[in-house]
Write a protein that binds this ligand. Sequence first.
Ligand code: ADP
Ligand code: MG
Length: 372
Amino acid sequence: MWSSPGRVNLIGEHTDYNDGFVLPLAIPHRTAAAVAPNGEGVLRVTSTFADEPVVVALEDLPTFFPTRRESIVEWARYPIGVAWALHEAAPGAVAAHATGLDIAIASNVPVGAGLSSSAAIEGAVAVALNDLWHLGLDRPALARAGRRAENEAVGAPTGIMDQMASILGAADAAILLDCRSLEVEVVDLGFDAAGLTLLVIDTRVQHSHASGGYGERRASCEAGAAALGVASLRDLGVADLARAGRELDDVTFRRVRHVVTENQRVLDTVRMLRADGPRSIGDLLVASHASMRDDFEISVPELDTAVDAALEAGALGARMTGGGFGGAAIALVDRDRVATVADTVTTAFARSGFAGPTIFAVSAAEGARRES
Ligand code: ADP
Ligand code: MG
């Protein structure tokens, strides 16, 4: 049995596919893959989430995506997509060592909540197949295979953050990831020692990254970078925003401004955590949320209500987390104010006529691993 966790992003949203910086942490919620050889030359995948197993012959794997994607149900494109992406990454090793496997998946990562159940399933399957098929791929290579599954097998144009966080997560620490070089630094959080709790407020508004706004935002970023003559928005600093304002239309400019200022906020958060500790980062979280709400326009009323109510009840900082259009917010809260913040958020949701949120604490957890 192998497992890989969900994640929350402390700060750095929609910066990953712009070659920028992100600061996620793996959470205690995990997806497990129990895997056994079946001697049948097929991958047979089941999930607690579905009635029917999905079966794909190993000999069909190399050409399965994208041509035959439609022949299997969407959830199975994640695990089968990982097997396909591993073949793409290491065709010789897969051809030499791949054997038929039964793969059973179970998870307690909330799905579609912005906590990356998709990276958790990808990570669990990637580490399992890497071990059982003796592929010898390192962890960043497994993360890249997960991302390829998500991008090309599923068709969700997401960046590399989620897979890196799920696979490389560390206890009591966040992962500073440079999405251009894939260099990783472990950044101690010290929330517990400072008397702080990180709350997740799952709005239960479902999102899907395979459709709609996520791809549009990505296209705007690419258009902005092209118009400004840079390879990616990573290459711009806050000092370049005046020129961007003169040269871009208003919408593209605001998308660019979010990414450029968000990259700076990630670096500032790391600096503040190291210099002054976790109580100092609240304002950066709040500024990040405002930028996503006003400039990138990926928040929804439920997320704004969660953030506003948490701050009103004394949270040090709060922001939506994940790709947006639903999902979850996080709030950094003094331990003795957790109940007050949770009550205030729940009451605010009821007053607005929203479905009740699910609120829980998370600590930073270890990344992908073999369980038994
Ligand atoms: P998020 O990653 O924020 O939870 P996504 O839309 O990116 O949301 O991924 C959710 C999708 O991942 C689900 O709709 C399903 O297709 C797949 N998935 C996640 N967890 C599982 C699981 N335990 N079993 C089967 N499929 C899963
Ligand atoms: Mg996802």
